[in-house]
Ligand binder design. Structure first.
Ligand code: ADE
Length: 276
């Protein structure tokens, strides 16, 4: 019989730098640079980490991504662990959901797409939360970390760079304030329900195509203060009642009052039937 370890740990290879042929830059962040690249006969995303200080974060990312195997989560094929450290991942040619929602040229999509993205994201996150022996909390769900394939039909969760310790998390993730559950930035203990809060914000965002808390301005501290005081995104005109109820429950201040990701998947699957 297979042990739990072999069931969950799909094999991640050590890859040699000279096997990777960079094609173009597709993303840049505080961690380094993501290239579209060719590795063996596949297009891949090669994420180069440029500061040695990030080594710990990357090790966490490799360890976490290697446990994961789900259609709505970007696969890790391997890593070069000699400098420059580089992760070789499944490539998503559609870019990020953030670009589709807010980029130029303006992409067209309908409510069916929006619901499908939210539903697929929920399935990926539910898988993470159901992992044994220990649930995986993503902690940084937001549209820049959600990637698209097949003309936007498939959505995959794509970034696991979030460090486990809260101090690193809060200093590295100022750009994530709009999706962050209040207990996280308040420094309280938190559970996988922080991902449920973020998911609720994402649902609002795909339905409205607006950036959350735009009305507060871009400052992360002001957004945190605003959310801490109990403010949430405004109601959506003509929003189907089941979606509105679900969204607002996800934003409950008390995380116990938020639905579980399994609840969300169940509810979204019945809503999705009306928007095939
Ligand atoms: N940007 C960051 N990760 C990516 C990926 N896996 N595919 C395409 N673009 C990306």
């Amino acid at each position: 019989m297979e042990s739990e370890e072999t069931v969950f740990q799909h094999f991640v290879e050590e890859i040699n730098h000279n096997e990777i042929h960079q094609i173009k830059i597709v993303g840049k962040g505080s961690f380094g640079t993501v290239f579209k690249a060719k590795w063996r006969d596949k297009f891949v995303a090669a994420k180069y980490i440029d500061s040695a200080g990030e080594r710990k974060t990357v090790t966490i990312e490799i360890r976490q991504m290697s446990r994961v195997n789900h259609p709505n989560i970007i696969k890790l094929y391997g890593a070069c662990t000699v400098n420059p450290i580089c992760l070789i991942m499944e490539y998503a040619e559609g870019g990020s959901l953030h670009n589709v929602l807010h980029g130029t040229p303006v992409a067209s999509y309908n409510v069916g797409h929006a619901i499908s993205w939210a539903y697929q994201c929920a399935q990926g996150v539910a898988y993470l939360h159901n992992m044994k022996p220990k649930a995986l909390i993503h902690r940084d769900l937001k549209p820049p970390n959600l990637l698209l394939q097949e003309d936007g039909r498939i959505l995959k969760i794509g970034d696991f760079g979030t460090a486990c310790d809260l101090k690193t998390y809060m200093t590295n993730n100022k750009g994530s304030a709009a999706w962050m559950a209040p207990e996280v930035f308040e420094g309280c203990s938190y559970t996988e329900k922080c991902d449920v809060f973020s998911w609720g914000i994402i649902l609002w965002q795909v339905l409205t195509r607006q950036k959350p808390f735009n009305e507060v301005g871009g400052n992360a501290w002001r957004i945190m203060w605003w959310v801490h005081q109990g403010n949430r995104p405004p109601p959506i005109e003509n929003c189907p009642k089941p979606l509105e109820d679900l969204m607002t429950r996800c934003w409950s201040k008390n995380s116990d009052e938020r639905p579980s990701m399994n609840d969300i998947v169940r509810i979204m699957s019945s809503i999705f039937r009306f928007f095939p």
